[in-house]
Ligand binder design. Sequence first.
Ligand code: AP5
Length: 222
Amino acid sequence: MSGVDKALNLIFLGPPGAGKGTQAVFVTKEYGIPQISTGDILRSAVANQTPMGVKAKRYMDDGLLVPDDVVVGIVEERLASSDCDGGFILDGFPRTVAQADALGAMLKGAGRAVAHVISFEVDHSVLLGRLTGRRMCRSCGRGYHVLFDRPSAEGLCDACGGELFQRDDDKEETIRRRLDVYDEQTSPLKSYYADKGLLRKVDALGTIESVQSAIQCILVGR
Ligand code: AP5
């Protein structure tokens, strides 16, 4: 990586339900950089029944990773947009060593570099409760929780008034498979990025506000 790129290029790394999407919303608002969630992009493709969405759906429904070439293509195209010039938050990508290698090559080729990989450190025992209680807005995608982040009006999004729903993959059996997949295929990325001196750990077991403060400390101290 070049070391000349001063943009706030961030990777949020952590298991399903660790709070990556929740915190990405705050960082986007504070720093004006886009959140790039491969999960959101894939869900939108599934909803629109595009060829990519049709292919991805069976993996997502089973709690498995979508093939690397599909997600690498998504990210490559998205990072080429001008709104990423000042920085970006990769939320849910990379998830395999092959994806991390592909990202490294694409950033290097463009003279860009990762600023920080923020690792959400959380005990798996809390994740089931976070994910079974999660609700999402059908219109704007904002996430809520039935206990920890409740909307003002039951079943409706505070931001846009849209209807809240439960994600198909937030069922207990699928969540357990997603956690196993994280342990096997994604957690090795912690040492991958630690070896490059990029890993910054945050305690993601605390409240949403305390995690936000921990991330802010990393970003202001950079
Ligand atoms: P994706 O959408 O990326 O899901 P994920 O990584 O499993 O992450 P989540 O969205 O479930 O969790 P999060 O960490 O964002 O938690 P959140 O902030 O919402 O991926 C879905 C699928 O797409 C994958 O299974 C795969 O098939 C495919 N896919 C995506 N990217 C891919 C890739 N790169 N390669 C291959 N396949 C890919 O928080 C969860 C809940 O907890 C919310 O209700 C929230 O309100 C609550 N909460 C958050 N923080 C706290 C806190 N501190 N205390 C209490 N509650 C909290």
